[in-house]
Design a protein around this ligand. Sequence first.
Ligand SMILES: [Zn+2]
Length: 81
Amino acid sequence: MSELRCDECPALLDDCAAGTLPDDARRALEAHVASCERCARLVHDYLVLPALVRRATDVQMPYEIELRLRRLLAGTRRREP
Ligand SMILES: [Zn+2]
């Protein structure tokens, strides 16, 4: 992955917070944040605080469950068979 732009960070943060961001994308994000004060602040607000909460509760959600939950929250599959 090539260099990240600031406006690409928020979308990646979403996946990163959910733990679904691929390793290479996560590394690109980390590299950008390391050299960009603006995004570093964004990451701190967006990732570090929730991550601390997750670590405290130590909850590991199976990917399948997470997908179902995301669909549920998005309200895209209201009528299950
Ligand atoms: Zn940036």
